[in-house]
Ligand binder design. Structure first.
Ligand code: AMP
Length: 192
């Protein structure tokens, strides 16, 4: 396959994913609190064309990775399918208190409220692995920056961040790129 053909195919797959997102995403005003518009992408993943097209396009973005990290909870659905597509492994980045010890964790702020994320500190060899982190929505970037912090503390090389929807008007991308030190690529399938 020529590079031009590959690029056209990647573009076609991205367009298919965007069509599915446009068809199935649900915007919920004032959830989980007044003033927040919640981008509900669960109907996209529940649609026959949605899960396949979205995770195939995200797999294109994560093609250089050798491990996928999916963020609690919709990142689990995306991460497993992307890793399967690429023939690599997946690890769940979980909310605090769910994993057996030993864990490594970090507290961080959200668009609404605060949270804690953890990854296993034993049993998974993160050192030197090229990890792509996936989630459904990028807003403030707090969740993804916390995840980068955790994975780096475990010795991973975070190569890519890939999300379905990047919200405009938030500093998420700038925060991640600043934390990434220039080598980290941030991908979205669409903006919201
Ligand atoms: P943030 O850390 O602010 O970038 O938020 C990202 C995380 O919070 C993702 O895991 C999203 O699932 C969720 N999230 C934040 N804001 C929204 C929103 N407006 N709509 C849907 N999910 C959101």
């Amino acid at each position: 396959m020529s590079a031009g053909t590959a690029t056209a195919e990647v573009r076609d797959r991205l367009e298919s994913a965007r069509a599915a997102i446009d068809a199935h995403a649900r915007l919920v005003p004032d959830f989980p609190e007044p003033g927040v518009e919640f981008k509900d992408l669960t109907p996209v993943l529940a649609a026959p064309d949605g899960l396949r097209t979205v995770t195939t396009a995200l797999a294109d973005a994560c093609a250089g990775a050798d491990l996928i990290a999916g963020i609690d909870a919709r990142g689990f659905l995306l991460g497993g399918a992307i890793a399967h597509h690429l023939g690599i492994g997946v690890v769940a980045v979980r909310k605090g208190g769910k994993l057996p010890p030993p864990v490594i964790g970090v507290d961080y702020d959200l668009e609404y409220g605060s949270a804690r994320l953890e990854v296993p500190a034993s049993g998974i060899d993160f050192a030197g692995r090229r990890v792509a982190v996936v989630d459904d929505v990028l807003a403030t970037g707090g969740t993804l920056c916390a995840t980068l912090d955790l994975l780096r503390q475990m010795g991973a090389l975070v190569s890519d961040v890939a999300v379905v929807m990047e919200l405009s008007g938030f500093p998420g991308r700038a925060r991640i790129e600043a934390a990434g030190g220039g080598d980290l690529r941030v991908h979205n399938l669409c903006q919201g």
